[in-house]
Design a protein around this ligand. Structure first.
Ligand code: NAG
Ligand code: NAG
Ligand code: NAG
Ligand code: NAG
Ligand code: NAG
Ligand code: NAG
Length: 892
């Protein structure tokens, strides 16, 4: 390969002439319009031309640095294509039959296809391309489980228009409001073979978002690049397939209209990026089945996407608290010691976890009765202290003799089968040789419930952590290798780590109830999350299951939270935690966060302090590390560090009512809990690539320190009213600006956005206690054309019942303020509880003085107004201010 390149560089001119002579269709194509005709390794001229493609060194190209660069082998303009031979129109669907005369170079091409375009809703359409003569595998989850959405009555009502070109066949989807194509497959050929499907679309911008799970920045630039999808157990690494599969992207056009695209396909996949700008989707199975969302705002796109795939579940309240975990307590004495020392320093702390070292011989559904003798007692003690316990479960089940989960599993036929034999496939995971449950088999759900239930009889866990569910395997395929058939070794293998589909997982050829593992691999964790959800629902009666999963797929957020896996104790990984949580919020998994202070490697006090500060704004906050690194629970650090961590946690616990309201909105309306700045300021182009700052909901802007030794931080502040969260000092902006702020190790910069009212609650050491504390409201005023105003809302329920929303067993308030007062409007009051309002803070009040305050018409005198800072504080000491009925507070 290298030799050929050098040769071609020398005879560059000659080759271009040769290409010119050979095919006019090749020479017309500029570098950035080249679409790779040889995505495999080992591209060369002979093989390329045999494919009917163009071969030439990139024009003006100096040096081929790696294989993610301008291809030498690319499709000619007249590459064999499909053309439309028939068209049918039904109420909201268009069906086309398309045909191609001759096969190209991919084996088993399907020459006659059916294209079905469904006008789903006003802002969403679906395109499916299938083989009309034979059923092909389709992602089995959507139609079975996802809520029905209102059908469109009249297809003229849509925000989009569709254009189908007959010959060659291609699709353009056009946004009616500005006539721009948001999907355009004319740029490159459609190839549809049994185990190789490829199509491309031109992007509306050279910046796009999404495409997870990958270790990457939030925004992706359209340069030569590739993203591979094949769920994999590996510490987050750039350019590598990771734990989950979310072939979803979003992009904004020049007028900042957002569109989204989701490819509903679970097979091994590459998405190639071209600077055209364009994306090429290559999947090795299933069908073409994609959805396009019209937005037009970024939040609208996510709401439209999650309406389809299912919305993030409403979490139990305690799961928003602080979680502490490590692999390597090794004994229950040590575990108890860690719990006690963190309680002793007054750290807000809700949940204690154990990792695989607490299992007996690393067997699922057991605990080590020698080293963890005290575990049942510790769990009781946690519960007595209003704390909770979560334990780890890996899917792989040891096949050791007399182990009930295995023996009962064999009887119920729950394990993935070895090739064509009627025996469980055996791999190797933590306990040694193991079988892998097939969570697509209905028997497995029942069997899993039985195991979970038996263990619950011994230890009253409050949630389950499902790890290693890519599924991870310490040998490739199985202890007997794999069959080596067309599934194990397909004609095209995406650029998976290890170079083969069976790398550190089970054989693609192995059989599951619904289909082959080849088709189901990327959904293994998703199906395990569903089975675990059903088990917990049944065991813990009417409580919202708490599950943390490493592997995920579209829709997993309905069942589980997610963390970013085996990160490292580095400043770089501290940064990557931000794009990761922002991206997962786009994928519909709102409850997400990274292992705080880093999973592998020894953390430092400074890194851990900064990480606890940033982590206190993660939707899911857990400190966790591995078995060989130093302790990193808050209590092991200096008093100074402990105090800072405690302060960060106090801020988090105070803000939990605000977070909880965001989770409610995420669950009901598909809003994100954490979001990038461009979600709120799409018209400010400066925000489009920011991922070192983020927003919690619409109103809190977090500007963390992400570099070692820094005591100042530079951040971007869009043209908006911003107040320092703690002091109420306003940033004086007349336009969007980069500002350098003081960032001493003791604090994180957090700003409240004018126009918003934030509910908070006085913090305690656990949420069980803090939920009984008085509430407060932070009013951040904003000037509009006529007056100052702020709006807010608050959702509140018992924090655990599964059906609180459906049964209206909750309270909901709207708050509205201006420079003269605040109205709290009761919208729903279905959850009888004593919610005391104890204080009110108003930022940005421009009055020379405040001389009186009236609550529901009664004079009240416990207030303080600082006219320099423009901050009014009211403390309701001796009035019984309850959040129950509509109320008003007037100041003048
Ligand atoms: C597409 O294929 C048809 C034959 O099926 C051919 O007539 C047409 O020229 C092709 N279009 C392009 C752009 O190559
Ligand atoms: C298909 O192949 C035949 C035989 O090789 C050739 O004559 C014909 O031109 C091809 N058709 C197209 C549309 O490329
Ligand atoms: C049990 O604890 C002892 C003492 O800490 C340790 O050496 C041993 O490795 C532990 N055993 C297991 C199975 O973790
Ligand atoms: C479920 O288990 C029963 C035995 O308990 C077995 O007869 C049946 O075939 C299993 N069903 C499936 C789908 O594996
Ligand atoms: C900033 O916002 C203010 C208030 O909305 C507006 O009057 C001003 O024109 C904005 N400045 C810029 C540069 O957009
Ligand atoms: C300004 O805010 C007030 C108070 O919320 C509201 O009534 C009014 O409609 C707003 N005016 C504009 C121009 O947005």
């Amino acid at each position: 390969m290298l030799k050929i390149c050098i040769f071609l560089l020398i005879f560059n001119q000659l080759v271009i002439f040769a290409a010119w002579g050979a095919n006019l269709q090749c020479d017309k194509i500029s570098n950035i319009e080249r679409f790779d005709c040889f995505p495999e390794y080992g591209s060369n001229q002979v093989e390329c031309e045999r494919r009917g493609c163009c071969w030439s060194p990139p024009i003006g190209h100096k040096k081929l640095t790696n294989d993610m660069d301008t291809p030498y082998c690319f499709f000619p303009k007249d590459f064999p294509n499909y053309s439309v031979v028939d068209k049918q129109t039904q109420s909201n669907t268009l069906t086309y039959t398309i045909e191609k005369q001759n096969s190209t170079f991919r084996p088993n091409e399907i020459l006659k296809l059916q294209v079905k375009i469904t006008f789903d809703t006003k802002t969403r359409l679906r395109v499916q391309i299938t083989d009309p003569s034979k059923h092909r595998f389709q992602v089995p989850i959507f139609n079975r489980e996802f809520k029905a959405y209102p059908k469109l009555n009249n297809i003229d009502e849509t925000d989009y228009q569709i254009y189908i070109n007959d010959n060659p066949f291609y699709i353009k989807i056009i946004r009616k409001s500005n006539g721009k194509a948001i999907f355009d497959s004319s740029v490159a050929p459609l190839i549809y073979a049994d185990q190789y499907i490829q199509f491309s679309t031109r992007l509306i911008n050279n910046i796009f978002y999404g495409i997870g799970e990958h270790q990457d920045s939030l925004s992706h630039e359209a340069t030569w690049n590739r993203y591979t999808f094949w769920n994999r157990d590996i510490a987050p690494t750039i350019n590598t397939n990771l734990y989950g599969t979310h072939p979803f992207y979003m992009s904004l056009d020049k007028q900042s209209n957002a569109m989204g695209f989701y490819l509903l396909n679970s097979n091994g996949m590459d998405i190639n990026v071209n600077p055209t700008p364009a994306l090429t989707f290559i999947t090795i199975g299933g069908i073409v089945d994609f959805y396009v969302y019209l937005g037009p705002s970024p939040s609208d796109v996510i709401a439209q996407h999650t309406e389809l795939i299912g919305r993030s579940q409403m979490p139990q309240y305690f799961t928003l608290g602080f979680h502490l975990c490590r692999w390597g307590y090794f004994t229950s004495d040590k575990l108890y010691d860690v719990i006690k020392r963190n309680r002793a320093i007054g750290i807000p702390y809700d949940v204690q976890w154990t990792d695989i070292d607490a299992m007996s011989e690393r067997l699922d559904w057991t605990y080590d009765k020698q080293n963890f003798t005290l575990l049942p007692e510790i769990v009781r003690d946690l519960h007595e202290h209003g704390q909770y316990y979560v334990n780890i479960i890996d899917p792989a089940i040891s096949n050791t003799p007399n182990y009930y989960p295995y023996e009962s599993g064999v009887k119920q036929n729950v394990f993935i089968k070895q090739f064509d034999k009627d025996e469980p496939l055996i791999g190797v995971v933590w306990p040694g040789t193991t079988a892998f449950p097939d969570f697509t088999n209905p028997n497995t759900t029942q069997w899993w419930l039985e195991q979970a239930s038996n263990f619950y009889d011994i230890i009253k866990y409050d949630g389950l952590w499902i790890d290693m569910n890519e599924p991870s395997n310490f040998v490739d395929g199985s202890i007997n290798g794999c069959l080596g058939d067309r599934y194990d070794e397909p004609p095209y293998v995406p650029r998976v780590l290890g170079g083969a589909l069976n790398s550190r997982t089970v054989c693609a050829s192995s059989q599951q109830y619904l289909s082959s593992h080849y088709n189901l691999h990327n959904m293994y964790g998703h199906f395990e999350a569903i089975a675990t959800y059903h088990a917990l629902r049944s065991i813990q009666k009417n409580k919202r299951p708490f599950i943390l999963t490493r592997s995920s797929f579209g829709g997993t957020g309905q069942y589980a939270a997610h963390w970013s896996g085996d990160n490292r104790a580095t400043w770089e990984d501290l940064y990557y935690s931000i794009p990761n949580m922002l991206s997962f919020n786009m994928f519909g998994i709102s409850q997400v966060g990274s292992d705080i202070c880093g999973f592998s490697g020894d953390t430092s006090e400074e890194l851990c302090v900064r990480w606890m500060q940033l982590g206190s704004f993660y939707p899911f906050m857990r400190n966790h590390n591995d078995d060989v690194s130093k302790d990193q629970d808050p209590a092991v650090f200096s008093k100074v560090a402990q105090d800072i961590m405690k302060k960060a946690l106090m801020t988090r616990y105070a803000l939990l009512p605000y977070f909880y309201n965001l989770f409610y909105k995420s669950n009901q309306f598909g809003e994100t809990v954490v979001r990038p700045l461009f979600f709120e300021f799409p018209n400010d182009l400066e925000t489009h690539e920011i991922d070192r700052q983020f927003l919690v909901g619409p109103a809190l802007l977090v500007t963390p320190v992400l570099n070692q030794g820094e005591e100042k931080v530079n951040g971007y502040f869009p043209n908006e009213t911003w107040y320092d969260y703690k002091s109420g000092d306003e940033l004086k902006l007349t336009k969007g600006e980069y500002l350098t702020l003081e960032a001493p190790i003791t604090d994180t910069n957090v700003h409240v956005r004018g126009g918003h009212i934030i509910p908070y609650q006085h913090p305690s050491q656990t949420t069980k206690q803090s939920r009984k504390n008085p509430f407060g409201l932070l009013v951040a005023l904003k000037q509009n054309a006529t007056s100052k105003f702020a709006l807010g809302s608050m959702y509140w329920d018992d924090g655990e019942s599964l059906d609180s929303i459906d049964t209206k067993n909750y309270n909901y308030f709207n708050f509205l303020a201006n420079e003269n007062g605040l109205i709290g409007k009761r919208v729903v009051y279905g959850y009888e509880s004593r919610m005391i309002l104890s204080d009110l803070k108003v930022y940005g009040l421009d009055k020379t003085s405040v001389s009186q305050v009236l609550i529901d018409g009664q004079f009240y005198d416990n207030f303080d107004y600082d006219s320099d800072k423009h901050v009014l504080r009211i403390k309701f000491f001796n009035v019984n201010m309850l959040l129950k009925d509509t109320f008003d507070i007037i100041w003048s």
